[in-house]
Design a protein around this ligand. Structure first.
Ligand code: CTP
Length: 409
């Protein structure tokens, strides 16, 4: 039995990047031998084991056949006869298809090191097509490594284009897709993920609602970049620059979907896009089974982002409705994320990236003011049930009126 370090751990060591998880491949072993050595099987029908102590993944060298159930929807052919080269050739990218023994001797039959130096994301072989998730993976690696100068090889982009057209992307499970999407959004340049997906036609399949934003104009006075798709990418870019969490990044990506539905004769205006977009946001949320906090924030940002921008002009009663919609009393953090998404939306405009956003502090102050209304004195006055609710609302409104006056004084 021979054991090699493979995949991301080898790639990232050669790139001089920190290595977090290590994957291992085991050549010349059987399942029985692994079990006898104390490795724990990850599942019943696929040849991946966890090390008894480190918990790292050890996979038997394998060739893969397309259909089936097993690990992520594959059946595997693993046997002690499968060589290291046979295992590596069915991996996604040349830079991920290198192996290293315990002396750090590199096995690199598909020239991963050459591609690392040339900064190219290139598929290893036609076996790339066995797993359509790789279209998303390549886009994610492009987002991660573009800062180092990496680009996708034209022949790989072409293969990704064919896979996108073949209808195979639709067969991906929501869970696998979301894992890639969420990781890609957390990269330093998540907009590159969307750009690469768009370039190979995958965006049209995965998120046609986002794809439809490209070519849709907005008024130049507010949006010097004009194109709604370009704006969306800039908002995402700003969200990453400002180290926003996943919830905010997801909301940024989806905030303007309604603009894709505006009839052309109304361009460049997008009346009520906040409302028309909601069903699209809901559809994308559900398609990828996004976590609840991402879903909720995306819908709220979609519906209320223009309120955020107009915060200083809002009537106290509208301000109160906004705060109530966010349940800011029990969920202050969610309102903070809304403010962040609005700010990213304001900064994601060509030439306006550095513009200040006084709305943010104003909204924060309004939330503090509304939350400062104490319930106890109202209880003491004998209010209860729906009357108590009304009394609290009146007090909050009074407080917000005073807040607005003080702010504009
Ligand atoms: N792999 C693959 N196709 C996939 C998933 C994984 O070929 N759909 C192979 C690649 O060789 C990859 C290795 O399995 O390098 C380990 O996969 P994973 O841990 O998912 O990714 P890493 O490459 O380690 O990258 P990351 O740093 O993003 O975790």
């Amino acid at each position: 039995m021979r054991i090699y370090k493979v995949g991301g751990a080898v790639r990232d060591r050669l790139l001089g990047k920190p290595v977090t998880d290590i994957d291992w491949v085991v050549v010349g072993a059987t399942t029985e031998e692994m079990l006898a050595k104390g490795y724990r099987p990850v599942g019943a029908d696929f040849p991946v084991f966890l090390h008894p102590k480190s918990g790292e993944e050890y996979a038997l060298a394998r060739t893969e056949r397309k259909s089936g159930r097993g690990y992520g929807g594959f059946t595997f052919h693993a046997s002690p006869e499968v060589t290291l080269e046979e295992d590596l050739i069915r991996r996604d990218l040349t830079i991920n298809a290198m192996a290293e023994d315990d002396q750090q001797n590199l096995t690199d039959p598909y020239h991963g090191q050459r591609d690392l130096e040339a900064r190219i994301l290139r598929h290893v072989s036609p076996a790339f097509a066995e797993d359509p998730l790789r279209v998303l993976r390549v886009a994610r690696f492009a987002a991660r490594y573009c800062g180092m100068g990496f680009t996708v090889a034209p022949e790989t982009l072409e293969l990704m284009r064919q896979l996108s057209q073949s209808g195979e992307l639709q067969a991906l499970t929501a869970e696998r897709s979301w894992k890639e999407i969420s990781r890609a959004l957390m990269e330093d340049q998540p907009q590159v993920f969307i750009e690469v997906l768009r370039e190979c036609g995958a965006l049209k399949v995965l998120m046609p609602e986002v794809d439809a934003l490209f070519g849709v104009p907005q008024p130049e006075a507010h949006h010097p970049e004009i194109d709604t798709g370009v704006h969306t990418l800039s908002v995402l870019e700003q969200a990453a620059l400002h180290k926003q969490p996943l919830t905010v990044r997801w909301a940024c990506l989806l905030h303007d979907l309604g603009k894709g539905l505006t009839p052309e004769e109304e361009w460049p205006r997008h009346i009520a896009h906040e409302h028309t977009g909601l069903k699209l946001i809901k559809a994308v949320n559900e398609r990828f089974k996004a976590p609840k906090d991402c879903q909720e924030l995306a819908l709220l940002v979609g519906q209320y982002h223009t309120h955020g921008h107009r915060a200083l002009e809002l009537k106290p009663s509208t301000l109160l409705e906004l705060l109530q919609s966010f349940d800011v009393y029990r969920r202050p953090q969610r309102f903070e994320e809304f403010i962040a998404a609005c700010e990213m939306d304001a900064r994601g405009r060509k030439g306006l990236e550095q513009r200040s956003y006084p709305q943010a502090d104003y909204l924060r102050g309004a939330a503090i003011a509304a939350r400062s209304v104490a319930v106890q004195p109202l209880l003491e006055k004998g209010f209860k049930g729906p009357e108590l609710g009304e009394a609290i609302k009146r007090e909050r409104l009074k407080t917000l009126k005073a807040y607005k006056e003080a702010a504009s004084a």
